[in-house]
Ligand binder design. Structure first.
Ligand SMILES: [Fe+2]
Ligand SMILES: [Fe+2]
Length: 153
């Protein structure tokens, strides 16, 4: 690793900007942020373990969202389901390489996830969160966001 590179995880702490207002999804997204940070920062000897933890998380996270879309006949869910599948396909490639000792590719994957998540959450997850919230509560969620970014979570 190049010592001159800035720490990668500093700008990927959980913040209210990620809150979508549907609690089950927000809880999962908090866990996603935690695990991706762990993938970026953990020591090399823990990397494989962190990847395995990511897999358990991602199968449940994406699986649940896919299930919601299918069970509730969410309109235009194909693109969203496709993005989840693409992440899992990349994961399998990265995981195979990591098992052979290549952690660099996996770290790159983790940094890609960090860049991918805000757009995915804003564009695709938020529509699903609104849809699910409406089904359970009969209206759009009201999201109150603090202006101060949380730094210690
Ligand atoms: Fe999500
Ligand atoms: Fe999603």
């Amino acid at each position: 690793m190049n010592d001159k590179e800035p720490p990668e995880s500093l700008d990927f702490s959980w913040s209210d900007t990620f809150v979508l207002g549907y609690q089950p999804m927000d809880n999962t997204h908090r866990e996603f942020v935690e695990i991706v940070n762990e993938l970026i920062d953990c020591p090399d000897h823990d990397f494989l373990l962190s990847l395995e933890k990511f897999k358990v998380h991602a199968l449940s996270h994406f699986g649940l969202e896919d299930q919601w879309m299918k069970e509730t006949e969410f309109p235009a869910g194909d693109c969203h389901i496709g993005e989840h599948a693409a992440v899992m396909a990349s994961f399998e490639e990265v995981y195979a390489l990591a098992k052979q000792g290549d952690t660099d590719t996996g770290r790159g994957f983790a940094r890609e996830l960090k860049n991918w998540f805000p757009g995915h959450a804003d564009y695709l997850d938020s529509a699903l969160a609104h849809w699910m919230f409406k089904r359970t509560h009969g209206g759009k969620p009201v999201v109150l966001r603090r202006t101060i970014k949380e730094t210690n979570l």
